[in-house]
Design a protein around this ligand. Sequence first.
Ligand SMILES: [Zn+2]
Length: 310
Amino acid sequence: MANVETVLGPIPDTELGSILSHEHVLVSMGNDIRHYPWRFDLERTKHNAIRELSEAKQGGIDTIIDLTTPDLGRAVRYVRDVAQATGVNIVVATGIWRDIPRSFWQRDPDETAEIFVREIEVGIEDTGIKAGAIKVANDAEGVTPEAELVLRAAARACKRTGCPISTHQWAPKEVGRRQVEIFKEEGVPMDRVCIGHSADSTDPDYLEELLNAGVYLSMDRYPGVPPRPEWQARNRTLKALIDRGWAERLMVGHDYAPMPILQGQPDPEPTTTRYLFLNTVALPALREDGVSENVIHTMTHEVPRRFLAG
Ligand SMILES: [Zn+2]
């Protein structure tokens, strides 16, 4: 047994239950919620997040990995309130997403690694809330020079702490391949790495090439918004990898975040939360396709637990 850091403190990995691999509780690009707080109704936004995650908890979700970085508007006190109110375990992240602040562009990877390690070992800001994952992101532009510095910093922070790395890749352009190359160059143990948004690719050969390097894949972004593959196509790719024997390295998620509610804007319609799309639609369809309960349990419980706990 090992402990995993959550926003409410460490818990034994045996208590993580069913885990979604890649989600968000609150996203605010450009950190608008801090800079222009008068635009947002954060109390109602939080109320809605609590409603959705309570519903997720009732629908069988015990833990989510919240991969929101500072440049995505990370707000760990807000996430702590939501975890307290819902009983969902929420693992929060250090690292940087696609909007790499200019201050990072020239910073030596070792110095950036110090920042990530501080958030893993001491805590985020002055909250004492420790990061349980390191997030990095490379989209259609590939791995730019400044993004490469962030990847190398993430690799070094991972090697020092054992904290796992979860990536955003643009899978249709096979950007995960370069991420894996860099992590290999840095000597990261590959079982500490998860290449994310992998279900945006429908090519099992490409994904198997990544798996052969020893990493995990997050098959997320369910249900899929066009022009990205829709959920049936995601299921087909996932099933192809399961049939090739890779269930022990696959985890699933939605990359979902409830939208911030603006001042004066009505509350969103209380529809079924998207945190439950896998449990209510995609996983039942996989079962109908002949995927065993055992394999589903592996992908929703065992694999992400191992990824988080090491
Ligand atoms: Zn995400």
